[in-house]
Design a protein around this ligand. Structure first.
Ligand code: HEC
Length: 438
């Protein structure tokens, strides 16, 4: 539980006890019967079964009553503490609409708790919803890929050994130029346990005439374009309409991998899946995805305390921010992001908890993704917990600072955005205002 949710739980507790005047029994609220088949199964289908079914990351299946019943108490505990499903956006601050948000409403959490408190009854089988269909394609969160590129050979990670940083370059086999619309990178089947991180880049020569707006702002003169990142529990990137990445015939893909031995010899065949825009469609903007607002170089994390660090990044053009993510290591606790506008007003974007097991990208819903004017400064505020209370802390007796190894720390925001021209920016802002005033 994060310190914040502990605090909220404590507040909740106080409110609940003071609500009942002393010496008086609480009025018995009418109990609404809650059953698995009618009330709980639909929640599990929507928010849990993606991971909790055979051969997925979840440690047990939650497909049927018989699967779920033995875990009833644990299910109540994890959902009430909002540890499951993994989704760490704080619900009381900032923007609240995201794509593919599996998190539970307060009512759903209460329904699960009531079900468990009532003895976790099954209910009438006739109430059971039709099973949710998962096919193999569903393993890719971006939908059915048009192209999958793999590293050229299996990489075998020994049971024990130092961390390995390695680059593999693979031919994409693409025979015509296409624009990337969605991308997802991940380790080969069974290799999640050895993967610390995995980044993919496109290597290709792009002529000036072919460039999408925005690309030069980021990597002038480079033949490489960042594609996507995998980290434990991460989903994928779906690019907003009108934004893409050119992938040319014959392009190569560079896989930058950090392996971490897990105690068992493991073979990996990492891969990246790509979905393209229809042939003939050319997006206008290049999608930028960068690690920015770094606080890395000032990380100073004394033993036994929670430390705050701040990072800043100035957007020189008007921008459309479509996804946010934090990056820290084991001591990471929380990140907040705010936009300091050129008028010096501050716009709260979001706060999110951090758990090293779950590197999640949060994709804003289209009607709320921030549109920020040129000159906006993104401010990241990051907290690291170097105390004993942080159960992920490998050694609370020692100072820590920035470094590449898993036991070192990092602190930055990973932001996906496109740089807009002034005319498009104004038009998008006007359209947004019109829609919101209706
Ligand atoms: C993105 C994948 C994912 C989703 C979605 C997800 N889980 Fe999990 N769940 C996991 C993984 C991985 C673990 C084991 C590691 C951990 O506890 O973080 C886990 C652990 C659990 C546990 C602890 C198991 C035990 O041994 O007691 C429970 C209970 C649980 N999940 C319930 C749920 C419920 C209920 C939902 C939906 C409301 C859900 N999970 C959604 C991946 C997921």
């Amino acid at each position: 539980m994060t310190g914040f949710s502990k605090f909220m739980a404590a507040v909740g507790l106080v409110a609940a006890t003071t609500a009942v005047p002393s010496g008086q029994a609480p009025a018995a609220a009418p109990v609404k019967p809650v059953t698995f088949t009618k009330d709980v199964a639909p929640i599990l289908q929507r928010s849990c079964q993606n991971c909790h079914r055979p051969d997925q990351v979840g440690p047990m299946s939650l497909m049927s009553y018989e699967d779920a019943r033995p875990y009833a108490r644990s299910i109540k505990a994890k959902t009430t503490a909002r540890l499951m499903p993994p989704w760490h956006i704080e619900r009381n601050i900032g923007i609240q609409k995201f794509k593919d948000d599996p998190s539970l409403t307060d009512d759903e959490v209460a329904t699960i708790a009531a079900w468990v408190d009532q003895g976790a009854p099954k209910g009438d089988v006739k109430d059971m919803p039709a099973p949710r269909k998962f096919d193999d394609d569903d393993i890719w969160h971006i939908g059915k890929p048009d192209l999958i590129v793999e590293i050229p050979q299996n990489h075998v990670v020994p049971a024990a050994g130092p961390d390995v940083f390695i680059d593999y370059i693979a031919d994409s086999g693409l025979t015509e130029d296409r624009y990337v619309q969605a991308v997802e990178t991940k380790p080969g089947p069974g290799a999640r346990t050895v993967m610390h991180h995995l980044l993919t880049y496109l290597i290709q020569d792009v002529d000036d005439g072919e460039k999408l707006v925005g690309i030069d702002d980021v990597r002038a003169g480079s033949t490489e374009t960042f594609l996507n990142e995998y980290a434990v529990g991460k989903n994928g990137d779906i690019l907003p309409e009108g934004t893409g990445k050119l992938m040319k015939a014959g392009a190569k893909v560079r896989f930058n991998i950090h392996y971490h031995s897990s105690g068992r010899e493991t073979a990996d065949r990492s891969r990246v899946a790509l979905k393209f825009y229809p042939k003939g469609y050319k997006p206008k903007y290049h999608q930028i995805s960068l690690q920015i607002a770094h606080a890395d170089n000032q990380l100073d994390l004394p033993a036994g305390v929670v430390s705050r660090s701040d990072g800043y990044y100035r957007f020189d053009k008007p921008v459309h921010v479509t996804a946010i993510q934090a990056h820290m290591h084991n001591l990471g606790k929380r990140m907040c992001l705010e936009a300091i506008l050129p008028t010096n007003t501050t716009l709260q974007l979001n706060c999110m908890g951090w758990d090293f097991n779950w590197h999640k990208v949060y994709n804003y819903a289209d009607d709320v993704s921030p549109l920020l004017p040129a000159g906006t400064v993104l401010h990241s505020i990051l907290w690291h917990d170097n105390t004993k209370a942080n159960r992920a802390n490998p050694d609370p007796r020692n100072w820590r600072g920035y470094g590449q190894r898993t036991i070192d720390e990092m602190a930055f925001a990973w932001i996906t955005w496109s740089n807009l021209d002034e005319a498009d920016f104004k038009a998008m802002v006007a359209e947004r205002q019109k829609r919101n005033s209706n």
